[in-house]
Design a protein around this ligand. Structure first.
Ligand SMILES: [Mg+2]
Length: 194
């Protein structure tokens, strides 16, 4: 399974929940599948998707949304692995991180990341996250269901083959516009967001 295959499944599963997405190919490919106002694309903010989603999940603890989802990459999580300890300590009840782990930096000619040797899922588990692993679309759906009712931070570790989708346009929208669109959606959906 490649990133685009996993994101196609995730787009089916996340119609109506906040989704904070890491930069570069993950945002670009998700937007090409489905560009929705519940997506907050963190363009140029590598490493911060988990942190933003942790804050959001803490804020939305009592709001009428079942999950706060963040889609991270292995290179991005390795830029800010502190989020594993932070969320493990603060325990946002609704936080679900989907880690798209292809063990390479997709934006820089597939240079290897440390994830080739480090098991990021086990690092999350050691910090108190509930974890599942998936390598196929069916396993991804099953793991998603298993994590649905977890109370506390959860990490769905998706093992991917390297490779970016071809002919996916760059995501060139102004981040301020994208942020405002997400805020408007969040306010309408939850009654809170600013
Ligand atoms: Mg990667």
């Amino acid at each position: 399974m490649k990133r685009l295959d996993a994101l196609t499944v995730l787009a089916e599963l996340t119609h109506d929940v906040p989704v904070v997405v890491t930069c570069a190919a993950s945002s670009r490919e998700l937007a090409a599948i489905a560009d929705r106002p519940n997506h907050l694309y963190l363009l140029d903010s590598m490493g911060l998707a988990g942190s933003v989603a942790t804050g959001l999940a803490l804020h939305l603890d009592d709001a009428p949304v079942p999950r706060v989802v963040t889609i991270e990459g292995d290179g991005s999580l390795l830029m800010n692995p502190n989020v594993l300890g932070t969320a493990g300590y603060l325990r946002p009840r609704k936080l679900l991180m989907v880690l798209l782990d292809n063990a390479v930096y997709g934006a820089t000619a597939n240079l290897p990341t440390h994830a080739g040797r480090l098991d990021l899922g086990r690092m999350a588990a050691a910090a108190g996250w509930t974890t599942r692993v998936a390598a196929t679309a069916d396993e991804l759906r099953t793991a998603w269901t298993e994590l649905e009712d977890v109370d506390g931070p959860a990490l769905l570790h998706v093992r991917l083959e390297p490779g970016n989708a071809v002919d996916v346009p760059k995501l060139l929208e102004d981040p301020v516009i994208l942020g405002r669109r997400f805020q408007d959606w969040l306010l309408a959906r939850t009654g809170t967001g600013r």
